[in-house]
Design a protein around this ligand. Sequence first.
Ligand code: ADP
Ligand code: 5GP
Length: 187
Amino acid sequence: MSDARAVVISGPSGVGKSTLIDALLRKPGVRLAVSATTRKPRQGEVDGTDYHFVSPERFEAMRDNGELLEWAQVHGQSYGTPKSEIRSNDEDVVILDIDVQGWRNVKALGIDALGVFIAPPSIEELHRRLHARGSETEQSCDTRLQGAASELAAQNEYDHVVINDGVEQASKELCGIVLRTPQGNGT
Ligand code: ADP
Ligand code: 5GP
């Protein structure tokens, strides 16, 4: 078995990664590497589809058994990419929605992945989106916004930066990058 073509997508919480990735996943031959996490599911999130939601004990066991390609503490919870998620016999593009630490881990492992950073049009708009999503407590919003500055400072470590000003334009741009087609032709 070989590794699928990996594309890492990072960006601060609330910037619109999941929204843009959802559009990407509708394209044939694109799938998500489903991470394991100790955080609790949000309303509408499905175990095994959005994340493998696991206990801290199970996460530690996965880490200690060498089941994780990389892992990190993000906003006070553990997140990791199971190695099994990037193994493939096919030509699939596999999307890793991981943070800046994860991208650095992937690079350090020598994995030939493409890195795309999703940036907000402004910090004010990032605040607005995170609050508008309504998924976080006030404390969790604060933690996530505090982390945004250091995430944004790392954007030049990526191969591409896409500014998510409007979903349609950003989605076209991202599809073009991921599917290596001119903007808008990534069908
Ligand atoms: P992330 O996965 O990066 O944390 P989400 O995809 O959950 O972010 O998006 C956060 C919120 O912002 C959601 O309510 C989403 O509908 C909204 N959103 C995403 N992209 C845009 C955009 N370009 N303009 C306005 N709102 C957006
Ligand atoms: P959320 O809780 O909003 O779904 O994700 C929080 C952050 O964790 C996001 O920046 C997301 O990209 C990151 N993340 C999700 N899965 C992984 C993973 O497996 N590894 C790493 N390093 N980060 C992850």
